[in-house]
Design a protein around this ligand. Structure first.
Ligand SMILES: Cc1cc2nc3c(=O)[nH]c(=O)nc-3n(C[C@H](O)[C@H](O)[C@H](O)COP(=O)(O)OP(=O)(O)OC[C@H]3O[C@@H](n4cnc5c(N)ncnc54)[C@H](O)[C@@H]3O)c2cc1C
Length: 488
């Protein structure tokens, strides 16, 4: 089969583009190096649907951020994913910050951010009772929102698959060729043919541009890692909205934010690293973000930390996103250097990429049978989100909903089987985690992981030793005759 469009990379940019195009009359495939969608920066970020006040007016970033903020909330609703406009504060400490807040306010007005206001200490303290006593004012942006970035991206991918998009996971693009107007994109073992190619490979997007055949590609990516700490749900309500400090040349600084699942998130820092896939956390890094969070909220008790993680920004050598038709390769669109606010911008970026594809010659019209939800019959609900009546009904229809597997997050066997039967089957431990939060509670999977592994193995009809944490060689159970690092 020759697809009309092949998208390389299943982060928010690639997946939102796939979902958007799945509403049009063109055939679409997505290939992704990882074993799941949302395996890059989209998995590990601050999860803020930024309001759009800190991008330079007139840039692509500013335009896509403000439109993306509006669209993201609409799409989340269509997909049944929580996205709450909790608002954000850029918190000022004294006169010097007041000047910066005024500048951000002016930029926000120029970018068209709705309902922005600078508020004084009393109002700030009324909205955020736990804020530092030193905080003297804030830039209040009520349109900023929080969501689950990978949850929303997975939901959008399921929707795209429901509408006919083919997903090729574990497909790392290593080679490409072109014959006539067809591109042959290869992972070494397998090849996908398409007339148009969209490069959404995140921190690897400049490399992929070269694999596609770009000579002297103008964009270079510097990977910049940001570390985070997640605090237990007992701390989730300490911040009512996202609290930023005044941004610096290194970025938006260390924030304190509630998460959509009720935890408290602190971080990130920002350090240039050599290995784009290095998502380690470090002791000094975690200390730095703790200190940063304490400046905003001195009552944060770090003893309530339940986990830490990091994500890598694809920082380009230009200020703006580089989202353009290739000048050398007809039919190729690059989405390179999509760093923050790339998540918030995702749905607007997708529309823009579709316009660029049309400029390059792709013809499409709207489909009248587009399904905006994850499945043909709507959006599935997790057991814990059901009403008592819905729970009783779910257990009556399928007793697997009566078996709790993850006690911390109230995940049932029915939820795990549903993820296995979804348009993108969740066959690894981490895939399950990102669909239903099994293993993400206070005990961090200590009780439920073996049970989830058994359910996956039984469903897939293979031995326990075949179940991995996140694909590749990340086996959880290593039989005596298999050593870690062996090929599968
Ligand atoms: C610390 C941090 C905090 C952030 N906070 C926010 C925030 O709060 N709000 C916000 O709007 N933005 C935020 N961002 C930015 C946001 O996360 C990114 O802009 C966005 O996720 C980029 O999405 P993407 O799809 O372009 O790239 P990615 O999500 O990185 O996806 C790229 C995909 O391409 C795949 N890939 C790479 N190479 C290949 C290959 N050769 N073949 C096949 N597939 C390949 C990768 O596996 C990956 O899945 C943050 C980023 C970081 C790192």
């Amino acid at each position: 089969m020759i697809y009309d469009v092949l998208i390389i990379g299943a982060g928010v940019t690639g997946v939102m583009t796939a979902r958007y195009l799945s509403g049009k009359t063109c055939s679409v495939a997505v290939c992704e190096a990882g074993c799941d969608v949302a395996m890059g920066a989209t998995r590990a970020n601050s999860a803020i649907v930024h309001a759009g006040y800190d991008c330079k007016p007139g840039t692509l970033k500013a335009r896509l951020n403000v439109r993306g903020n509006k669209l993201m909330k609409e799409i989340a609703k269509e997909l049944g994913v929580d996205c709450k406009a909790v608002g954000s504060h850029v918190v000022g400490f004294g006169e010097e910050d007041a000047k910066h807040l005024k500048e951000l306010y002016e930029k926000g007005l120029a970018n068209g951010v709705p309902d922005l206001r600078i508020i004084g200490q009393d109002e700030l303290r009324a909205l955020e009772p736990n804020i530092s006593a030193e905080a003297s004012m804030s830039l209040w942006a009520p349109s900023a929102a929080i969501t689950c970035p990978y949850g929303l991206t997975i939901a959008a991918a399921e929707c795209a698959a429901t509408n006919g998009v083919d997903f090729y996971l574990n497909f790392k693009v290593t080679d490409s060729s072109r014959a006539g107007d067809i591109y042959y994109i290869s992972s070494g073992e397998n090849t996908i043919a398409a007339r148009y190619v969209v490069n959404c490979a995140g921190v690897h997007s400049a490399e992929v541009a070269e694999i596609l055949g770009e000579l002297d590609f103008p964009i270079r990516i510097q990977p910049r890692r940001g570390e985070y700490i997640v605090l237990d749900k007992t701390c989730g309500s300490m911040a009512k909205s996202t609290l930023f400090v005044v941004p610096s040349s290194k970025g938006k600084g260390i924030l304190v934010s509630p998460t959509i699942d009720g935890n408290l998130l602190i971080g990130p820092n920002a350090y240039a690293i050599d290995d784009p896939d290095d998502t380690n956390t470090t002791t000094p890094g975690l200390q730095e973000i703790t200190d940063g969070a304490l400046r905003l909220m001195p009552s944060v008790d770090i003893r309530n930390a339940i986990t830490s993680f990091s994500g890598v920004r694809p920082t380009p050598n230009i200020y703006d996103f580089y989202i353009k038709n290739s000048e050398q390769l007809p039919g190729v669109v690059h989405a390179v250097g999509v760093e923050s606010p790339g998540f918030a911008s995702g749905p607007a970026t997708a529309e823009y990429i579709a316009e660029l594809l049309a400029d390059a010659g792709l013809q499409y019209t709207d489909r009248d049978d587009f399904i905006p939800t994850r499945r043909k019959d709507g959006n599935p609900k997790l057991f814990r989100d059901m009403t008592d009546e819905e729970k009783n009904e779910a257990i009556r229809k399928n007793p697997a909903y009566g078996k709790i597997i993850c006690r911390c997050e109230t995940v049932t066997e029915g939820d795990i089987l549903d993820a296995l039967n979804s348009p993108i089957p969740a066959v690894t431990l981490d895939m399950q985690k990102s669909r239903n939060r099994s293993g993400m509670g206070r005990c961090q999977g200590g009780f439920c992981s073996p049970r989830v592994v058994s359910i996956i193995a039984e469903h897939e009809n293979y031995g326990l030793e075949n179940v991995t944490k996140r694909g590749g060689g990340s086996w959880l159970i290593v039989p005596k005759n298999k050593k870690e690092g062996d090929a599968e």
